[in-house]
Design a protein. Structure first.
Length: 689
């Protein structure tokens, strides 16, 4: 809901539990008024007439209070907008008008030929913000154009939560006091990166289920930056957007425009858990395509066969996968070109004639005949120098004239900003998806940008921004042309997870780390922002071959992976009959609880910190509890789990044991889970009766 004051200078957006208000002063300064619990328009108007504090000349009263601080004038904060023409730098804007369109508010400002429009849209309690810049004046350089600046209320002792990591260890939650100065996270690698998810949360004293939490998440899959500043008067602002540096995002010629990605903000007073549930609901309702459809159980061949694949051996795996109840069989890397190792073939998206003499169709049809969907792996944005594509078009890669072309994993990055590269990829992928009954594409990206240059193009070069737009364009076009095909975003595991790519993909590959214990920490972090519906998790072989050689039971591996979108990635040809039979039981059990996991509300009951950890999902009358015991010490009994969101006056039947529990008892005294030893785990289903 949008309300506007009579004088047309105060705007109030209201969601189910929160409000957001801004005000334009008589001097056309756009000030932030409120972000927090619901307020009335009269409250916003009262805030609007509170005078700004007076400062000595070394501080600016605008700092920490503006909605979108531009460069220049009486400001010392990091500008959200930094613009340079041939003659001058900075922005001096005047207000033009506001427009409202359903639930979207647009505030339009002008500085000579440049129009800057701030967009606001309320989605539940999530405020989506972005900016459009339209240049009708002389050419200019956009040095920086953030999507939004978020202002927090005056409080003491802010804490900052972030999700950090690296390859094989993504999305790990870190929480620490904020101090004066700036904390900057981001990626200057051309993709979202394993190092940080583009999200921050700030609180002062929240717990898992109580207290105020402010969160901000950026929807952009290229380089990005979020800066959290605690200013000299302790006020806190968060500014973020595309690109890492302030040294040139784009050149805007006369008549050109740029739209920033969305930077979404959420206030919740339900603690970290309440904030996560609101983010999950928002993504299921507004971001992730077809989120009302549950994702199938998949098998992926990567850990089982790596590059050494053949039609016959994949058919054998497919038979085993079908027998344990898998619904989608995905052939990973190695099916195309001369791709028998990571040294060759990327770029040539036609089946390897030695491995698939009649193309992918016979295998796809065989998989379908087994009752499963068929999927394949691609990495379209890359090329091996040893490929037909590179031999034909060495100029199609990002490079700098006369400089070395840095290789990682023997591959170079294609310059997707080029129309001819986009057209080539569209044709190759469209033909591929038309050549066989393919239902699923795992879209990978296995190295960062290094020599991102485009010889002959003026600086600042568009290639950083246009690469992301081209990626989005390709995904959108392929989805429209092949509406039955689902897509997974992968980047060497979780290197491309953000709200931008999630708007075009059905799930993400969370991490190449499939060790079920490490995964609990990764999943704990991931769940702060993203829902289980998007979080792919595989059961692989034990000991874990990829990362740490840790041995774990099939039970522990399944219960870990079942907390997300379940997949199997082990070498099923080496699993015993007993293991296959047990796997079949777990897959059957997962299908029964899947709607609750993928569409339910998540409650993190205990974080994975060494002993017992647990999560609960609840949907309607159904509740599922996952509990994992890393290690039992001194024979101590494992604590009971106090469940959330149950009706204290109702009874709940445990579908495992038939026992009936009182809601009030489960909430106050807890559910006993009976785990013991090391790496034990269980799934408990409860139904309200
Ligand atoms: C990295 C991915 O994360 C893996 O799952 C696998 O697809 C390999 N790439 C294949 O090269």
């Amino acid at each position: 809901m949008l309300e506007i004051s009579d004088n047309g200078r105060t705007w109030l957006l209201t969601g189910p539990t929160s409000s957001y208000a801004v005000h334009l002063t008589d001097a056309d300064e756009l000030l932030h008024l409120h972000w927090g619990p619901r307020i009335a328009l009269a409250d916003a108007e009262a805030l609007a007439v509170r005078p700004l504090p007076e400062y000595w000349p070394f501080e600016s009263p605008l700092d920490g209070r503006e909605e979108y601080p531009v460069e220049g004038g009486p400001r010392f904060v990091r500008p959200a907008l930094s613009v340079r023409t041939e003659e001058r730098r900075g922005t001096e804007w005047g207000f033009e008008r506001y427009e409202s369109d359903g639930d979207e508010l647009r505030l339009r400002f002008r500085d000579d030929g440049l129009t800057v429009t701030l967009h606001y849209r309320m989605r539940g309690d999530v405020v989506e913000r972005w900016v459009t810049l339209d240049n009708q004046g002389p050419a200019l350089e956009l040095l920086r154009a953030d999507s939004a600046t978020w202002t927090l209320p005056d409080r003491e002792d802010w804490r900052l939560s972030q999700l950090h990591g690296r390859w094989g260890a993504e999305s790990r939650l870190a929480r620490a006091p904020l101090t004066y100065g700036e904390k900057v996270i981001g990626s200057r690698r051309g993709h979202t990166g394993h190092q940080h998810l583009p999200w921050v949360a700030l609180d002062t004293d929240a717990t898992e289920e109580r207290g105020e939490v402010y969160g901000c998440a950026l929807g952009w899959s290229g380089s990005w930056r979020i800066a959290v500043a605690q200013l000299p008067d302790a006020r806190v602002q968060i500014t973020g957007g595309a690109g890492y540096d302030d040294s040139g995002l784009l050149r805007l010629a006369p008549g050109e425009s740029f739209t920033t990605p969305v930077f979404a903000g959420l206030w919740s007073d339900g603690g970290f858990g309440g904030a996560s549930r609101a983010w999950h609901a928002y993504q299921r309702a507004y971001v992730i395509p077809n989120a009302d459809q549950d994702r199938p159980v998949l098998f992926n061949s990567w850990e089982a066969t790596e590059f050494d694949i053949s039609e016959e051996q994949q058919s054998l795996l497919a038979r085993r996968a079908a027998a344990i109840g898998v619904e989608l069989f995905v052939v990973d890397d190695g099916w195309f070109g001369t791709r028998t190792s990571d040294r060759a073939g990327l770029g040539d998206w036609t089946p390897n004639p030695d491995r698939f003499p009649s193309g992918l169709k016979p295998l796809a049809e065989y998989v379908h005949a087994l009752g499963m969907q068929f999927g394949i792996w691609v990495e379209p944005e890359m090329v091996n120098p040893d490929s037909e594509l590179y031999r034909a078009h060495p100029d199609w890669v990002q490079h700098q004239t006369g400089r070395k072309r840095t290789e990682f994993r023997n591959q170079l990055v294609l310059n997707l900003a080029r129309d001819d590269v986009q057209e080539y990829l569209w044709k190759q992928l469209d033909e591929l998806l038309s050549s066989a009954p393919i239902d699923y594409v795992k879209w990978d990206f296995n190295r960062c940008f290094t020599d991102a240059g485009w010889p002959g193009e003026p600086y600042p070069q568009r290639l950083w921004v246009d690469h992301v737009h081209a990626l989005y364009g390709l995904l959108d076009r392929l989805r429209a042309a092949h509406p039955g095909v689902a897509f997974e975003s992968c980047s060497g595991g979780g290197g491309r997870i953000d709200l931008g790519v999630l708007g075009r993909t059905d799930q993400v590959w969370t991490s190449d780390n499939t060790d079920p214990l490490d995964r609990l920490a990764i999943q704990h972090g991931f769940s702060q922002l993203h829902p289980a519906r998007a979080m792919a998790a595989w059961v692989t072989d034990s000991p874990n071959a990829m990362l740490n050689h840790r041995a774990s039971s099939l039970r522990f591996r399944f219960v870990s992976a079942m907390a997300g979108v379940l997949g199997v990635g082990g070498d099923l040809t080496r699993w015993t009959e007993e293991e296959l039979a047990e796997a079949r039981e777990w897959v059957t059990r997962y299908k029964e609880i899947r709607p609750v996991v993928q569409r339910g509300d998540l409650y993190r009951l205990r974080a994975p910190r060494g002993g017992l950890s647990a999560v609960q999902y609840t949907l309607g009358d159904e509740t599922v509890v996952f509990a994992w015991l890393q290690a039992q010490s001194f024979g101590e009994p494992v604590p009971a789990l106090r469940l959330r969101a149950l009706d204290p006056t109702a009874s709940y039947e445990c579908l495992e044991t038939g026992e009936v529990h009182r809601g009030a008892v489960l909430a106050h005294h807890g559910l006993r889970v009976g785990l013991r030893g090391d790496l034990d785990a269980t799934v408990i289903r409860l139904r309200r009766i």
